[in-house]
Design a protein around this ligand. Sequence first.
Ligand code: CU
Length: 123
Amino acid sequence: MRRVFLPTAVVLLGLAGAAQAHPKLVSASPAPNAMVAKPANVTLRFSEKLMPKFSGADLMMTGHGGMTHAPMKVVGTATVGSDGRTLVVTPKSPLGAGSYKLAWHVVSTDTHRITGNYAFTVK
Ligand SMILES: [Cu+2]
């Protein structure tokens, strides 16, 4: 209950600091809603270092041949790159033409968890 006695300004600064520490997705390749030639992998770059053990992604194929179908999981790996801030999703076999959805989750080294998902198309 010590917090009760802190001046308001100190408490507000503390909250602002915590908010800034949350990791953010800085860039992604393929980018959200992009149409790309067969990518070797999907690379997500974050603003904070990640905990590899708690960071990963599910890549689903959601359609091909101009038709959507039930999401089919793409077999592959998701690893954190040597810079500590990049999540690299590598399919076991090259991605065929079609639409995909990537759902990612990461935990930064300061233990903040964030998740997101987006779609892209392989032509
Ligand atoms: Cu398909």
